[in-house]
Ligand binder design. Structure first.
Ligand code: HEM
Length: 172
């Protein structure tokens, strides 16, 4: 019982990785860029009235939802299978906001399919603004997992000497 009162020590391994680099941080760059970008293209449509921006918005929000779901699958596997991640409340806070973000993105995409131009004002624009706020909040909490809790951070203890590290002259 005593362990419940103790803060967990920082650090965890990673399960979903390529050459020891966790995949989730590589994948999240896409939904972050696409789902922030759709707010910009919706605003461009509002300002210009040009249907070009409505079509760009449709593709951005669809691609953002798709890549976000891929990133979410990688993150969820880490969350459920790595004990040090699963036992942290901060991980679950990030998960809840991320799922809210993905749900918003999917709704924003589906409701545009039938009428990409007519669905922007005002519902599409509101959903894109909500998505941008959720990207900021979920991304902030994800950053806390890495930079404060040191989730999936390789401490480098079992690395060979880095040949490019000029401060290390043991190899010369
Ligand atoms: C839906 C389920 C999700 C889960 C369970 C999840 C879980 C995690 C975990 C465990 C980490 C720590 C790093 C790692 O283990 O790879 C992390 C980091 C992060 N996540 Fe998520 N995540 C999810 C979705 C998202 C989405 C949709 C975004 C996009 C906004 C996002 C943005 C981030 C960011 C920015 C980081 C920090 C990456 C870094 O600075 O290296 N996550 N997430």
């Amino acid at each position: 019982m005593e362990r419940f009162g103790k803060p967990l020590p920082p650090g965890s391994g990673t399960l979903v990785a390529f050459a020891r680099h966790p995949l989730h941080p590589m994948l999240v760059t896409f939904p972050i860029a696409f789902l922030l970008g759709v707010l910009g293209t919706d605003l461009a449509f509002w300002y210009t009235g040009d249907a070009f921006w409505a079509r760009v918005s449709l593709w951005l929000v669809g691609a953002g939802a798709f890549m976000g779901i891929l990133a979410g699958i990688a993150g969820t596997v880490e969350l459920l299978w790595v004990t040090e991640i699963r036992r942290r409340p901060a991980s679950w806070n990030h998960f809840v906001l991320a799922v809210a973000l993905l749900a918003t993105a999917v709704i924003n995409w589906v409701m545009r399919l039938a009428d990409p131009v007519g669905s922007i004002m005002p519902t599409g624009l509101y959903l894109s603004a909500l998505g941008a706020v959720l990207v900021g909040a979920a991304g902030w909490l994800g950053g806390k997992l890495v930079f404060e809790h040191q989730i999936a951070v390789d401490k480098g203890e079992d690395h060979d000497t880095d040949p490019l590290d000029l401060a290390d002259d043991s190899s010369r």
